[in-house]
Design a protein around this ligand. Sequence first.
Ligand code: IMP
Length: 450
Amino acid sequence: MPGTCVIGLQWGDEAKGKLVDILTGEHDVVVRYAGGANAGHTVVSGGQTWKLSLIPSGILRDGVQCVVTGGVVLDPASAIREIEMLESRGVSVAGKLQISDRAHVVFPWHIAEDKLLDGSLSGGGAIGTTGRGIGPCYRDKVGRALAIRLGDLYRDDLRLRIEHVAAFKNRLLAAGAPGSEQPVTLDAGVIHEQYLAYAERLRPFVSDTTAYLLDAVEGGGRLLFEGAQGALLDIDHGTFPYVTSSNSSGVGVASGSGVPGRWVERVIGVVKAYSTRVGGGPLPTEQDNAVGLHLRERGREYGTVTGRPRRCGWFDAVAARYTARLSGVDELAVMLLDVLGGLDELKICSAYEIDGRRVTQFPSQIADLERAVPIYETLPGWSGELADVRREADLPAEARGYLGAIADLVGRPVSIVSVGPDREQTILRARPTSRRPPWQASQPSPVAGA
Ligand code: IMP
């Protein structure tokens, strides 16, 4: 079976880019299936740092095809900037990158709407989006009438379509602008010229990626699906409304790529050794204190896309257990373990207390999560640096104990540990042999009445 998935199990920024880069060598095609230029992947290789947003990090390796599927919302300007950045640094993109003609295109009106609407949640407050037009573009995709896909950029009626949508959006933006603010006015002619130029630049990369991927898997090709954001930001299963607008958990792989889930053999759930979140919404284990500061500074926890400082806290095993099950995770990759070095004691949230009740199931309602008080397991920390550790046996006993606690509480084995940003700073443990985690006697039987 040819597919591997890499899925973030928290609120994004789990260092999936590094893992994808490591696994790329064992695969033929790397597939980005959801999200857009809101994502930021950092890969450090041979002393060079690469920041990618739309193009899969597999592009840095030879002999691998990179595919951006129809589940992605494509900002052509961002894609072109990335292609040009890669080419200027000697990475050849020609013949290695395909972008789906089904991908929906981000236009200036989406970015304007994103900025206008964030802060207007129906219950009050702001999502704190990345401002990249992601939500409005997905909204137009679902609404259909105002949607423009990448394949449409090559049609003769493009100008008419842009005029139609821009006229509608200008009315919307004018109505929505607060009294004192000058509404953004969209010039359909200028946008048309601009997007024609983008279309020409992208033409060599545009294809029917669904057909390509189905041919690849049916022919025995090995596919690596690269998740963007984290499962807790999933539009259907995350901490709604503080989520992104796509299925960022494992459930989005098939719908976003067009490749049925039955082709996926291995699902790796990626977690940081602690928690972070950018933007609004509850983060039950948040540490607005010296611990949070330690995590932010040692972990360089500033957004790749927006530069915003990330909110930091202890590892939340209630949340990760939920998303590991949701995404069908077989094994865990624990990233940034080195960041915890120097803390006297470490905490892992193993349950929440909500209205006096102990809860181990992740709440479906944001109001419940907002009231959740973490119940922690406390473990000893370690003081030494882990940056040069390459074997599990060389980790301090406390670090091994911490990884064991994560595996136990999440219910999945840890098979990969990262102790620094470089490819080399990775400990690979034996992969689990069984797909299913062992059923533990302490858990209730899944069969009613058994
Ligand atoms: P949007 O995806 O720009 O609409 O933002 C929605 C929420 O998802 C905001 O809280 C963002 O900070 C968050 N978000 C979007 N992309 C990422 C990411 O790649 N990493 C972490 N958070 C993200």
